[in-house]
Structures are given as structure tokens and as C-alpha cells.
Design a protein around this ligand. Structure first.
Ligand code: 13P
Ligand code: SF4
Length: 358
């Protein structure tokens, strides 16, 4: 395995700058929340719209999606659900790459989001020109990119993967003797490389949320709870993954928690996941993995600052005015559709994505 260039300092400080300037969401009284919920439910019906939310958005948005016949899941299922649903408008509550993925798969539908400013550090850390230049240096490599990328980067890829299927897809490519360019998440890439031994070159992006989990503090927590099981998302750093009893996507973490015999679960992913986790294992003690070390460096502190930008207020406004629609250039969409369908077909054929999922 060899490494791509380190993410340029300027690019990283741009990402930090964007995070530092995210405006905190306005807090609502219970009465205001109730009013928004009534109005949003009415608009969803009126506009033949369905909500598709990621596990990391606020509890009230997840609850609303479920209550109104929408869907809450990981990025793989979100992609598939929107394409199969018969609503004419998909309201994607998550981050922009999720809205774009829905639009790539459903160009005839209106795809809108509460805010188009909800980014992802992986997407921001993998600009198309730099990534394409990097790929061009290895023309004999298969380009495999994580779903957390722009539509342009997807269009440059041979395969798209999510945390749910990345290991299996890389193993599949290994059986064909392929060498791999992997982008953008270096931790997920490293994890896959350790699991498979694939010949991989890694782009050096990271998720600002998972990158903050700390091994030493996790070990201290594990000593306090020696019977706890540790469930970790593979966007976390290698030393944290090394401590895990289970590593998987958000949906897989929930499933692992459900079958676990442990009474206490330590969970290393965005705390938005705790909403669903509490529903499925109400009797277990759920503990977030630590993000701060003694120097308290965490910026995101186990909650994605961009996921947190989705609110009842901007959801209502976007739906009412049909604002914040996702538009994708048709030529690029056609190109991105190829690796995306490749991933979905593979996931269906291998049973990773089942008919019941979406
Ligand atoms: P999952 O695919 O595990 O949901 O993770 C995607 C992600 O990073 C959401 O931010
Ligand atoms: Fe991106 Fe990380 Fe936020 Fe997911 S949690 S959207 S990977 S920044």
C-alpha cells in the first residue's frame, strides 16, 4: 500500500473555517415545534413528498420521517429507498452528497434538502481536479470512491461504495486482480486494507467527526466498563478500530447492538445514532466513545456539524417554497450512475441490500 499526498494544508484549513462559521440552529419552544410538525406533515401530503433521513440528523427529524411513511437509515439504504419510492418529491435530510445520490438515481423526481450548505469533510477534502489528477497517475488502477463524495468525483470512479459494502466490493475486485485507488477516507481505506490486504493507494481525507475518537480515553472507559462491547464506525482512526468488538456502518452498528449479549455498549459514531439505538435496545446502557483527550481538541465532538444544520424550520421552508432543490448536470449524472448502479447491483446480488431495506 502507498499513500496519496497529504490533504493540502490550505484545503484542511478551509474545511476548519467552514465548520467554525456554521451558524447554530435556532431553538424552538415545544409549541413552535408542534406547529412546524403539523405544517410539514400537511405539506408532505400536499406535495406527494417523502422524507429520507440519515441516522445522524436530529431525533425529531428522524421521528417525523418515520411517522410520515418516510425512511431513516444509512447512506446505502437511503440511496436505494428514494429510487424505489413512488413519491414525486424526495426530501433528503442529511448532507449534500446524499441529496445528490438521490438525484443521480431519480432525475425525474424533485430532490430537495432543508439546506444545501450541509457539507461533509470527506467531500470537501476531495476536490475533483486534484483527485482526477491523482487518479491519472495510476491508469492501471480501479478507482473506488466512498459515497461521501461529489457527483463529479463519483463520475470519475469505477466503483462507489459505502461502509456497508466496502470490504466485500474490494474483495470482489481482488478476485479480478485489480489494483485500487481509494478515496477519500483514509481511515476506512486503512481498515479495508488491513482486512483484505488489497493493493491500495489511499487518498488522505478524513471525517471530522470520527477522526476525533481517542484511543487512550476509550481504553480508560473500557476499564470502567469491562463487560461493555465496543461498536465502531470504520471512519474512525485505526487505533480506535483496533479496540472494537464490531466494526460496521451505522445500520450494521444498530444490528450488532441488537444481537449483542452485552448490557453495555460503547459506541464510536455520531451520537445521532443513539436515537434509533435507544429504540431497538431500550434496556441497554449506551455510552458514547470519548472524543476529547486532555488537550480537548475535538471540533465536532461526536456530532456532525453539517447534519445538525437540518432543522424543522429549514425543512418547512424548503418544502413550502420548493427551495434547495438538487440539480445535477445530465452528462455527469449519466457517468456517475454507472458506478452507483454497479454498487447497488452488487449489494443486491450479495444480499447486503435486501428488498426489505428499501
Ligand atoms: P453510513 O453509510 O454508515 O451511514 O455512514 C455514512 C456517513 O458517513 C454519514 O455521514
Ligand atoms: Fe461527512 Fe463525517 Fe459528517 Fe458523515 S459525519 S457527513 S462523514 S463529516
Amino acid at each position: 500500500m502507498s499513500l496519496a499526498e497529504i490533504i493540502p494544508h490550505q484545503l484542511q484549513s478551509n474545511i476548519d473555517h467552514i465548520i467554525d462559521h456554521i451558524e447554530p440552529a435556532v431553538s424552538l419552544t415545544d409549541a413552535e415545534k408542534k406547529t412546524y410538525l403539523i405544517k410539514i406533515k400537511h405539506l408532505l401530503k400536499q406535495k406527494n413528498a417523502v422524507m429520507i433521513a440519515h441516522y445522524y440528523v436530529d431525533d425529531e427529524l428522524q421521528a417525523l420521517a418515520e411517522e410520515t411513511g418516510g425512511y431513516v437509515s444509512d447512506s446505502l439504504d437511503m440511496a436505494s429507498f428514494g429510487a424505489q419510492h413512488n413519491a414525486s418529491t424526495l426530501v433528503v435530510c442529511g448532507v449534500r452528497f446524499m441529496g445528490e445520490t438521490s438525484k443521480i438515481l431519480s432525475p425525474q423526481k424533485t430532490v430537495l434538502m432543508p439546506t444545501l450548505k450541509a457539507e461533509c469533510s470527506l467531500d470537501l477534502g476531495c476536490p475533483i481536479n486534484e483527485f482526477s489528477h491523482f487518479c491519472n497517475q495510476y491508469p492501471d488502477h480501479e478507482v473506488v470512491v466512498y459515497a461521501n463524495t461529489s457527483v463529479e468525483v463519483k463520475a470519475r470512479a469505477d466503483w462507489i461504495v459505502t461502509s456497508s459494502n466496502a470490504v466485500q466490493i474490494i474483495k470482489h475486485l481482488m478476485t479480478q486482480g485489480k489494483k485500487i485507488i481509494w478515496g477519500p477516507d483514509r481511515h476506512l481505506g486503512q481498515y479495508i486494507n488491513n482486512k483484505t490486504g488489497a493493493d491500495m493507494i489511499l487518498w488522505q481525507g478524513h471525517c471530522v467527526v470520527h477522526n476525533e475518537f481517542k484511543r487512550y480515553e476509550l481504553e480508560a472507559l473500557m476499564r470502567k466498563h469491562p463487560d461493555a462491547e465496543v461498536l465502531v464506525h470504520p471512519e474512525s482512526p485505526e487505533p480506535v478500530i483496533a479496540k472494537a468488538d464490531f466494526v460496521g456502518s451505522t445500520k450494521q452498528i444498530i444490528a450488532a447492538g441488537q444481537v449483542s449479549k452485552a448490557q453495555t455498549l460503547i459506541i464510536a459514531t455520531d451520537y445521532g445514532l443513539f436515537y434509533k439505538m435507544k429504540q431497538v435496545v431500550p434496556d441497554k446502557l449506551l455510552i458514547p466513545a470519548p472524543t476529547s483527550d486532555k488537550s480537548a481538541t475535538c471540533k465536532s465532538c461526536a456530532h456532525c456539524p453539517w447534519m445538525a444544520m437540518n432543522t424543522l424550520v429549514n425543512l418547512y421552508e424548503a418544502l413550502r417554497g420548493e427551495y434547495n432543490t438538487i440539480e445535477v448536470d445530465e452528462e455527469i449524472r449519466q457517468k456517475a450512475l454507472i458506478p452507483l448502479n454497479r454498487m447497488l447491483d452488487f449489494s443486491r446480488q450479495t444480499g447486503i441490500l435486501t428488498a426489505g431495506d428499501a
